[in-house]
Design a protein around this ligand. Sequence first.
Ligand SMILES: Nc1ncnc2c1ncn2[C@@H]1O[C@H](COP(=O)(O)OP(=O)(O)O)[C@@H](O)[C@H]1O
Ligand SMILES: [Mg+2]
Length: 272
Amino acid sequence: MIDAIECRNLSHRYGDFTAVDDLTLTVAAGETVGLLGPNGAGKTTVVKVLTTLTPPQSGDVRIFGMDSRRETMDIRHNIGYVPQQLSIEAALTGRQNVDLFARLYDVPRRRRRARVDEALEAMQLLDVADALAGTYSGGMVRRLELAQALVNRPSLLILDEPTVGLDPIARDSVWTRVADMQAEYGMTVLLTTHYMEEADALCDRVALMHHGVLQTVGSPTDLKAELATEQAPEPTLEDVFRHHAGSDLAEDSTRRGLKEIRSSRRVARRAG
Ligand SMILES: Nc1ncnc2c1ncn2[C@@H]1O[C@H](COP(=O)(O)OP(=O)(O)O)[C@@H](O)[C@H]1O
Ligand SMILES: [Mg+2]
């Protein structure tokens, strides 16, 4: 069977800064895989290449066997993507937001209404479909974005930080919907997150990334089992991460945060 994602030796630089360093990762069709790492790890950069929004600078990416440099449009027809930045239009209703995507994706006119309703229903938004999206809660907005990504009936769904900034209940409802969809349609899901517990619960396998480098890949159960000792028989995925990244995550992402602000200001000055 053809893999959903085949990413070989992918590197990406912004100027002289290496954001992704020689990443090789394969995702089988039907798998749910989490790309994990603190802010600045390089997750969004990888996602942008996998969705074909950014061409690979070096290395090769194939999505269902299609080459990301040559078969860009064919790949786009097969994927649904929810970006990290919010992508809904507050002044349109939920239904209009999804319909917009159905048009973008060229869903045939006579099937459009049914597809839009199907996607809204899968995200449990049919009741509020005709309210303005600007009135939705954070969790509902995220589910609306999922409905937009689903209207195309993608084989591969790519979610960049789908639950960042949501309260635990809203997060839970997003995860439940993703898991249900996965079970129902058997699609492949790649998601990024820095919430380790969530990835642990939801993903078949996780890929831990730090400073642009893939540290380890495996099922949460296996990764935790490898680390278990008599003194600490039940390590968490966070422990696994710390073990492989060799540093304190919270501290590191703060330091990284400052560095990022400084470097983006430098870029802004250069651009200006
Ligand atoms: N357009 C850009 N220009 C310069 N640096 C960038 C740009 N986009 C991202 N970076 C830097 O690349 C690194 C990885 O960013 P990103 O892929 O967004 O990571 P993540 O999604 O894991 O937080 C960060 O240090 C970030 O500051
Ligand atoms: Mg990101």
